[in-house]
Design a protein around this ligand. Structure first.
Ligand code: PLP
Ligand code: LYS
Length: 463
């Protein structure tokens, strides 16, 4: 979350308070390809397009707020991950980032597997035809009903998260007459450099079974004794929105050490390890994410090296990127409703959505970029805070950014990199209607998740 202490260049009137924000881009009309989906560009009329369609046309047809997802970019990212890891590894897209039936079909077509962590995600995956053996089922408190559905459907693996769950899954599998393939999620004790709420491998949190104190080794002992389980490997996920590869490397090393200990104690070489997801993406021009091939190379090398040192066969690796695949592929399009300059502070720009379509700023202090997309402007930059329409002063979409000073009600602005954890964490706060997700590709646009209606809200209200 690096920020320069003070912006350089022109400023809006005298309205530049002391603070920590990035300097305005030299040209506010430019679109940094790091944060925008692949086919996003500004046409000669100054209007931004995606998949060849102007955002002004998209707004007319689909309304605002709305998420627009660049399908070609999504597929290209799947392809890049698949290609980087090759045939000796598996890529499981983490459905929690954003899941819909269309997404499941794209994943299937692009050769990716799918990680789900609830009955709802499992139902979506199966409804869209993802073969069950390509699904991994996660979660720290799966219900018996969810476990039974997953086993009966034939999921490829269940990732066990606690001692109770080892027994629970084994019993259900035995009852169904199935030997369920499972992994054990271990907590490797890495402090990932990310927001506290999205770090998952330090010891004091709810996920997994700690390596420390021999807990994970004991979990393996128990799992190996149960007839209903086929233990295929060990899983580690250290957190989310991580740029530094060091945490993944430590995690890989510790997981391989555990495989060696298992071999020494039980004479069994587990064939697989899963190193989770968590790779960071660029939300602003200051972020510098790793490419899939760099990640694959770094992880492959460390696992191979550690296995050679421990005289182990190299296990099959799997990874579970969510954000890194879908995050950069979408932007949220909003219409500006009011522009309120607060003298000596900043200008508040209110849009027709807010924390109900993007909770990440309020929840994690996340940073986003924003651009005026319905036209170009030569006006000087003004420091803005983009806020929503909810009854909450923390209803902030973009905390600090620059937009042209001639911004006016009716303009369209877009926030890039909202493909992950925005629609999937959207809420109905203030009875907001959750926005649609529209897939755009080669000059065509189609709704893949429709906008909620007041009828949808009232259907649940049976009183
Ligand atoms: C077990 C597991 N796998 C994969 C992911 C996906 O993470 P990301 O979207 O950061 O790649 C998560 C979420 O952090 C997770 O909990
Ligand atoms: N939802 C979080 C990340 C959690 C990932 C799921 N384990 C985010 O928006 O960054």
């Amino acid at each position: 979350m690096s920020r320069s202490a003070h912006p350089a260049g022109p400023r809006h009137a005298d309205v530049v308070p002391e603070g920590h924000y990035t300097a305005p881009a030299a040209d506010l009309n430019s679109l940094d390809p790091k944060v925008w989906a692949q086919t996003v560009t500004r046409n000669t009329d100054g209007v931004v397009t995606v998949g060849g369609i102007e955002v002004t046309r998209l707004a007319e047809e689909f309304g605002t707020p709305a998420y627009f997802l660049d399908e070609a970019d999504f597929r290209a990212r799947c392809h890049a991950w698949r290609g980087a890891f090759g045939s000796d590894a598996d890529v499981f897209y983490a459905g929690k980032a954003f899941l819909s039936r269309a997404v499941v079909r794209w994943l299937h077509e692009e050769g990716l597997n799918l990680d789900v962590c609830s009955g709802g995600e499992l139902a979506t995956a199966l409804a869209a035809g993802m073969p069950a053996d390509r699904i991994a089922f996660h979660g720290n408190n799966k219900t018996e009903e969810e476990i039974e559905r997953a086993i009966a459907a034939g999921v490829g693996r269940i990732v066990l998260d606690s001692f109770q769950e080892i027994v629970r899954v084994a019993h259900i599998a035995e009852r169904l007459g199935i030997r369920q393939r499972v992994q054990i999620r271990v907590t490797v004790g890495v402090e990932a450099h990310t927001h506290e709420f999205i770090a998952t491998a330090h010891e004091d949190q709810k996920f997994g079974i700690a390596l420390a104190g021999g807990q994970a080794a004991e979990a393996v002992r128990r799992a190996l004794r149960l007839d209903g389980l086929e233990l295929i490997g060990v899983h580690s996920h250290i957190g989310s929105q991580i740029f530094d590869m060091a945490g993944f490397e430590v995690s890989a090393r510790r997981v391989v050490q555990l495989l060696a200990e298992i071999r020494d104690e039980h004479g069994v070489e587990l064939p697989e390890i899963d190193l989770g997801g968590g790779l960071g993406i660029a939300y602003t021009s200051e972020d510098d994410p790793r490419e899939p091939h760099e990640i694959a190379k770094a992880l492959g090398e460390i696992v191979t090296r550690e296995c050679e040192a421990a005289n182990l066969r190299t296990p099959r690796i799997s990874v579970e990127p969510g954000r890194a695949i879908v995050g950069p592929t979408a932007f949220t399009l909003y219409e500006v409703g009011t522009v309120k300059p607060l003298e000596g502070l900043r200008t508040y720009v209110s849009v027709d959505g807010g924390m109900s379509d993007n909770i990440r700023t309020a929840l994690y202090d996340a940073e986003y970029s924003v651009a005026l997309v319905s036209r170009e402007s030569d006006a000087e930059p003004m420091l803005v805070r983009v806020v929503g329409k909810h009854c909450e002063s923390g209803d902030i979409v973009v905390k600090d950014a620059f937009l042209p000073a001639d911004l006016a009600p009716g303009d369209l602005i877009a926030v890039p990199a909202t493909g992950a954890y925005c629609r999937s964490m959207a809420s109905n706060y203030n009875h907001a209607l959750r926005p649609p997700v529209v897939a755009v590709r080669d000059g065509g646009a189609r709704v893949i998740v429709r906008r909620e209606t007041e009828e949808d809200l009232l259907r649940l209200d049976v009183g």
